[in-house]
Design a protein around this ligand. Structure first.
Ligand code: TXA
Ligand code: MG
Length: 360
């Protein structure tokens, strides 16, 4: 892989320095790679029609070539240039949720190169709700293909330091606009099948999409992070994901009100057993339960509140990354109720734990 000089520019989203955006757009037009902030996570961008640049995205991420990229547009009009006759329901969703963390999968027009969709006849598109991302797309004058700006398999970057850790020397420019808002990726829904199917739960709870759609979205075990499918719907699903080097165990229940104490007790007993083998342990817990582990000689990491579940999504990836820096042998995470953003959290936790799941 070619090592390049990576520029890092700080851009204030409330007062965008246009000269930086113009330089970034120039880099993109010359086939370069630009990391930019979105409201979900940082994206690693290239212009969709620049085939060598698209190829380079796969190289620098270490991403398998059969895992397609999300295309980022500024608005509905640009979306319509890329896809074939979307139904009124999709347009309604766009009016309601764009710009925002909803990625729509629909039939592509030939203008979208096969390299971007990994040969699939469908393309995944979204408009990011971040002023810097929107300005960059606008000035570049073309849609931008962008996966999350991490090395393949690592948690997605929510801060510029995560991007630097993974991609410094591999990309031409990193635009640093601080920590991202949601800290978790967009929700991906495939509308080419009926009923529509959730490919990846994300920052937009599916319940609010269902309300507009007037129908239920199919949630498979794969979308719940439970089984790795043989022939993946979102090809990215089959690969090891979000995984820290540290061994991670998830303890879950089907009743987070009635059985929460049981769940805590289970984690405590695992800690006692593993500590007797000399392991150093971290516990990832909710604000509601963290104090129940403080008497154990472990590192207690508070993810956020079950009542304000977005606080958990926001901190999840950063915490998974941190695990590898704090020198523990095992991390044990509490599960969360699988509704709203809880579905998204469980998808990421189960994948990060490579199916090491204990039920109480
Ligand atoms: O929030 C996000 O979605 C971030 C920011 C940068 O926008 N992007 C992101 O991209 O998470 P990435 O590449 O890390 O994840 C995209 C997922 C992959 O699992 C991929 O398989 C799926 O979207 N995907 C992309 N195009 C697809 C398609 N045409 N059909 C089915 N799945 C697709
Ligand atoms: Mg990713």
């Amino acid at each position: 892989m070619v090592i390049v000089l990576t520029k890092i520019y700080r851009v204030d989203p409330d007062n965008i320095d246009l000269s930086v955006i113009e330089e970034a757009a120039t880099i993109l037009r010359k086939g370069g790679l630009v990391v930019f902030p979105t409201e979900t996570v940082y994206g690693l961008g290239a212009l969709i029609t620049n085939r060598p640049a698209i190829k380079r995205i796969f190289e620098v991420k270490g991403r398998p070539m059969d895992n397609p990229l999300i295309v980022h547009v500024s608005d509905k009009e640009r979306f319509l240039e890329l896809v074939r006759d979307p139904p009124p329901k999709i347009l309604e969703l766009i009016d309601r949720f764009w710009p925002g963390p909803l990625t729509i999968v629909w039939w592509k027009k030939p203008i979208v190169p096969d390299e971007v969709t990994a040969g699939l006849p469908k393309v995944a598109v979204r408009a990011p709700a971040h002023p810097v991302a929107l300005k960059l797309i606008e000035v570049a004058g073309e849609a931008i293909a962008a996966p999350s700006a991490n090395r393949s398999g690592k948690p997605s970057p929510t801060k510029p330091e995560h991007v630097i850790e993974d991609l410094y020397g591999l990309v031409d420019l990193i635009i640093d606009s601080g920590e991202t808002l949601h800290g978790i990726e967009s929700t991906i829904i495939d509308f080419t099948v009926k009923p529509p199917k959730l490919l990846r739960p994300g920052a937009l709870p599916i319940e609010v999409v269902e309300e507009i759609l007037g129908e239920k979205i199919i949630v498979t075990d794969t979308a719940r992070g439970i089984v790795e499918s043989e022939k993946p719907e979102a090809p990215g699903m089959k690969y090891r994901h979000y995984a820290p080097e540290t061994e991670l165990l998830v303890v879950e229940t089907d009743d987070y009100i009635g059985k929460l104490n049981l769940l805590v007790e289970k984690i405590r007993s695992i800690v006692v057993e593993r500590k007797s083998r000399g392991l150093k342990i971290a516990i990832l817990c909710s604000s509601e339960t963290c104090n129940k582990y403080r008497d154990l000689d472990v590192i207690v990491i508070e993810l956020g509140s079950r009542e304000k579940i977005y606080t958990v999504t926001r901190r999840l990836f950063e915490t998974l990354r941190r695990l590898d820096h704090i020198g523990v042998d095992l991390a044990i995470a509490e599960g969360f109720e699988e509704k709203g953003l809880g579905l998204t959290i469980m998808n990421r936790l189960r994948k990060a734990a490579s199916q090491k799941i204990i039920k109480v």
